[in-house]
Design a protein around this ligand. Structure first.
Ligand code: DCB
Length: 532
């Protein structure tokens, strides 16, 4: 024990001495700065260096090459034969081979070596390099990150582990800024902090506290579970054209948006609830999304195309006038395989996408719920490729929602083999009385694989639209969706005598609605539009 103490003291003294001398070596690293200790200690042990002019450039943005070489040295990795004529190529190759990151995140061919490294990638590399055993609990750690929904799912594990082990904490607003860059000073503190958490890193521990990567404390007031990860963000005038950033739906300026609202029941039966007054009522309760369910079978579009098209357009136009985003849903159900009517769908979506090509409100849902003997790779995916190209020919950027087999529950198949293109999202449908943790796990895995998810239909009932209502289970679902910034539309806005209907039988469509008009399901769902 005495020997150990003597050894540690020697190491500490030695590192303090080195600290003083190294700090002096960088004229642009003030000895009192929050990063001085990290920079000087790491420079002294050869883990990082300054420029040929002897300066450290603490405020400069760190490049991928610089970060990887520091992480690799810190983890004791040896450079390999690189694939690019770049000084860091050998380090990047070694890091790639041990699996710190994937080829697409930083190609070893070097063309992105000099670009800033995104913070999410830096943290992934660092955690794999230095603290591969660290883990973070999803619910606990994600609550600490107010911009969690901006984080790409493939970085969840590393970032949550980094928060749990105290390597990273949020900025003053509790944000991680996963796509932001790091200054050289921040990166040094980040690596140094991680080194201190490693077993061998005790030698680096000094008596003075270091500043965490961005702010002194993990978000000073951790987010309460009831607080939305992404707040509800208004209508079309406020947000404009939507876009998909990573897995998150964003507005025209790239800020996260969550859409929440109602789906109609079948337009052929309950089209009266797709009028202006009903949509205005919905909006007054806080919804910013309306879904127009145009059945194909069951006396829908396939049997009366002109009438149904006109009804769908009227509903869309009414939603646009009320400033709501609106989903045009090709509601396949009894016709389980979308390929059965792909030609009709191609004509329909080409025409609709032309009509609404200048309209940022319109979102296309190309196949409600494939079911029966339908496969992803053989049916739904080729169908989606065809219809996406029809829509894209008219509307290059509108968001398109794609379903999957088993009533749009098989997103794992889509995640393994997604459709190529931009602004595509994948629908997951659930009914609270039938579906729970298993489907939620599928969502998390899909997000982790980079698949953007949109819950374009869900109910408080059993999967047949009746039974229950299952409000406790529905609450669990909505909490889950809120934390992940996932948008949703509830089934359904009608007064049918079934529990999933939001309105009591006989509710009129020509006046404002009060709580007394809402069913048990409606009261629950309408109260969740604003904050999730
Ligand atoms: C979906 C459909 C939707 C259906 C609801 C509830 O189907 F997209 O059209 O709505 O979920 O079942 C119901 C209406 C009824 C109507 C019936 C037929 O509420 O009033 O009579 O459509 O038009 C699902 C979703 C999931 C599952 C099964 C169905 N599942 N399904 O997991 O088994 O059989 O319709």
């Amino acid at each position: 024990m005495r020997r150990l103490v003597r050894l540690l003291t020697a190491v500490l003294l030695c590192s303090l001495f080195l600290s003083a001398s190294a700090s002096a070596a960088f004229p642009d690293v003030p000895s009192q700065s929050w990063y001085a200790e990290a920079v000087s200690q790491m420079a002294a042990t050869g883990l990082l260096s300054g420029g040929s002019d002897g300066r450290f450039r603490p405020d400069a943005t760190i490049s991928a090459a610089e970060f990887i070489s520091i992480a690799a040295r810190s983890a004791g990795l040896s450079p390999k034969r690189g694939q690019a004529a770049h000084w860091a190529s050998g380090w990047a190759q070694a890091a790639l081979e041990v699996g710190w990151y994937d080829w697409d995140e930083l190609p070893p061919t070097g063309e992105r070596f000099n670009e800033p490294i995104p913070r999410q990638l830096a943290v992934k590399i660092l955690m794999r390099a230095l603290l591969p055993e660290a883990r973070g609990d999803y619910l606990t750690e994600s609550q600490k990150i107010s911009d969690f929904s901006l984080l790409n799912g493939r970085y969840y594990d590393s970032v949550l582990a980094a928060y749990a082990s105290g390597v990273v904490s949020g900025d003053a607003n509790g944000c991680f800024r996963p796509l932001g860059s790091l200054s050289r000073a921040e990166a040094s503190v980040l690596v140094y902090t991680a080194l201190q958490k490693t077993q061998g890193g005790a030698a680096m521990v000094s008596s003075t506290a270091t500043r965490p990567v961005t702010a002194p404390q993990p978000s000073a007031t951790p987010l309460k579970p009831s607080q939305p990860a992404v707040s509800h963000s208004g209508g079309v005038r406020e947000n404009g054209w939507l876009q998909v950033c990573g897995t998150q739906l964003c507005n025209a300026s790239g800020e996260p948006v969550v859409l929440r609202g109602m789906s109609t029941h079948g337009l052929q039966w309950y089209g009266n609830f797709a009028n202006t007054q009903s949509i205005r009522n919905l909006s007054s309760f806080g919804a910013n999304l309306f879904r127009v369910a145009m059945y194909t079978g069951e006396n829908g579009y396939l049997s009366q195309p002109d009438a149904m098209r006109q009804q769908a357009m009227n509903a869309i136009d009414a939603a646009i006038a009320e400033d709501l985003y609106v989903i045009l849903d090709w509601h396949i159900l009894s016709d389980g395989n979308p390929m059965s009517h792909v030609e009709e769908a191609a004509v329909f979506f080409s025409e609709m996408a032309r009509r609404y090509q200048d309209c940022p409100a319109v979102i296309y849902e190309i196949c409600n719920e494939p079911n029966g003997n339908t496969s992803w790779s053989g049916d739904v995916k080729p169908y989606a490729e065809r219809i996406v190209s029809c829509i894209r020919a008219q509307s290059p950027q509108a968001v398109i929602l794609i379903g999957s087999p088993t009533w749009s529950q098989d997103i794992h198949l889509a995640a393994a083999d997604p459709v190529a293109g931009e602004n595509l999202m994948y629908t997951l449908h659930f009914y609270a009385g039938a579906h729970g943790a298993e489907l939620r796990e599928r969502i998390d895995k899909a997000l982790a694989n980079g698949l953007p998810v949109f819950v374009s239909e869900w109910g408080t009932s059993r999967a047949d639209g009746s039974g229950g209502v299952f409000l406790e289970q529905a609450g669990e679902w909505l909490d889950f969706l809120r934390v992940r910034g996932i948008s949703w539309a509830n089934w359904s806005l009608c007064d049918k005598a079934e529990t999933s209907a939001a309105l009591k039988p006989g509710t009129p469509t020509d006046r404002a609605w009060t709580q007394a008009d809402l069913s048990a399901s409606g009261q629950f769902v309408f109260s969740r539009f604003r904050d999730g």
